[in-house]
Design a protein around this ligand. Structure first.
Ligand code: SAH
Ligand code: DHB
Ligand code: MG
Length: 217
């Protein structure tokens, strides 16, 4: 018998994800705050943490904080001197994330930069920090191509670039005049054809969406 996709998701989460009193209440907390519950699914949070470990990352960049859920997964996977810098344009989302990240025990590992990412990204270059080991792109989809260009400047060779929501139920195959879908289609095309990257699109969310994972050569 064919199983429902949600059953497969439940099966994976049951086997692979330990209960966590802070992370497990994120969805209801973020909705109660009147914010969209569009955080990554738990199993993708875990994968992001595993990528942090696999790359030996100490510096992670995130574009699109929301309430700090994915940032918490990545920060928890970092060594004690590791840092996540996460970019968020909404004051409300950033304030929620600050509180949530403290509760998740990683407040001291995460810097939230408030402002539109295309305005805060240049300051990361200007302040002369070392390059990042990993970037997670998860903000406004129309700007994904620009975020990819910035990532190529900010992530070290051997580092990893991850983009969320790159399939959108297959809608990315026929983007029409939708700015978000066109942004995602262009992002996928550039990332997979760039001689600087080795990229793979991996379906997730029971095939309803996908992530792009690229290693910087
Ligand atoms: N990564 C989060 C989810 C991010 S949702 C998680 O998985 O937990 C996308 C977020 O990007 C929203 O909070 C939205 O306010 C923010 N955002 C949208 N456009 C932005 C922009 N131009 N600059 C910075 N943040 C932006
Ligand atoms: C939306 C954005 C996301 O980053 C996501 O993971 C799911 C949905 C959205 O804008 O609808
Ligand atoms: Mg997303």
């Amino acid at each position: 018998m064919m199983r429902e996709r949600t059953q497969i998701g439940d099966y994976i989460r049951e086997l692979c994800l330990p209960e966590d009193s802070v992370l497990d209440t994120f969805e209801q907390d973020v909705a109660a705050a009147g914010m969209p519950a569009i955080q990554v699914p738990a199993e993708l949070g875990k994968l992001l943490g595993m990528l942090v470990r696999l790359t030996g990352a100490r510096r992670v960049l995130e574009i699109g904080t929301l309430g700090g859920y994915s940032a918490a997964w990545m920060a928890r996977a970092l060594p004690s001197d590791g840092r996540v810098v996460t970019l968020e344009k909404s004051t409300k989302h950033a304030a929620f994330a600050r509180t949530f990240l403290e509760r998740a025990g990683v407040g001291d590992k995460v810097e939230i930069m408030l402002g539109a990412a295309l305005e805060t990204l240049p300051s990361l270059l200007e302040r002369g920090d070392p390059q990042f080991d990993m970037v997670f792109i998860d903000a406004d989809k129309a700007a994904y191509p620009a975020y990819l260009d910035w990532s190529l400047r900010l992530v070290r060779s051997g580092g990893v670039i991850v983009g969320d929501n790159v399939l959108r139920g297959g809608k990315v195959l026929e983007p029409g005049d939708d700015a978000d879908l066109n942004g995602l289609a262009e992002f996928n095309l550039h990332a997979t054809s760039s001689p600087l990257l080795d990229a793979l699109i991996i379906p997730n969310r029971g095939g309803e969406d996908g992530i792009l994972v690229a290693v910087v050569k």
